[in-house]
Design a protein around this ligand. Structure first.
Ligand SMILES: [Ca+2]
Length: 207
């Protein structure tokens, strides 16, 4: 759910974001290119999106997403400029997004991503919205993990980003990576959801 509001303090966040991005980049070891297209979750053109199914490189196979930046939400991304709320806006907004990558059979891969929770239900309460934001991750349709975060009492500008890692062995020449919101339902669609950012898959190399 993307409330469109822009308190002045958020503009300060927007100013420091480029610096944060540079610092994050400096910490990335320069090995194996990311197999995920648009792991930074950027929209097709600049600007936030509410209730979209267009995320370049990804298939939104259920629901819709919000593509958010610090300017429109006040919440800083884990990486780059944008991130995604996997429970979008409006009706039927509980999203599943996926991307299929080429993989080598028998090769081990490392999937890493940032997970957080939308705390802004505290300012814009919807009936039956849960303070606990959760997301499931699937690798080729098999559940690989469920992640959750308690947002009650969190600052409404804090996504509580935590980076997670999943190791998997490829069983076929293509592997589908899927992220599914566990917040909301058809009967209660308009809630604030789990956040996702900075998705990376690289082969694990022995050293
Ligand atoms: Ca991003």
């Amino acid at each position: 759910m993307l409330p469109m509001r822009q308190p002045a303090k958020w503009k300060i966040l927007a100013l420091i974001l480029p610096l944060v991005g540079v610092l994050l980049l400096a910490g990335i070891p320069a090995r194996g290119a990311n197999l995920i297209l648009n792991g930074a979750l950027k929209p097709a053109s600049p600007g936030c999106r509410a209730a979209t199914t267009n995320l370049p490189g990804w298939t939104v196979s259920a629901g819709n997403i919000d593509i958010v930046d610090a300017t429109c939400s006040g919440i800083r991304p884990a990486y780059g400029t944008y991130f995604v709320d996997l429970t979008g806006s409006g009706a039927s907004d509980v999203a599943t997004i996926s991307q299929t990558i080429a993989t080598d059979v028998g090769q081990q891969y490392r999937l890493t991503f940032d997970f957080g929770g939308n705390p802004q239900w505290q300012d814009f309460p919807y009936p039956n919205d849960s303070s606990y934001k959760a997301m499931a991750v699937f690798v080729n349709g098999a559940i690989a993990g469920i992640y959750g975060v308690e947002t009650a009492g969190a600052s409404v500008t804090d996504a509580q980003w935590i980076r997670h890692k999943i190791l998997f062995m490829a069983a076929s020449t293509s592997t589908e990576i899927t992220f599914e919101s566990l917040n909301g339902s058809i009967s209660n669609p308009s809630v604030f959801g789990p956040f996702l950012d900075w998705v990376i898959v690289v082969p694990v190399t022995r050293e």
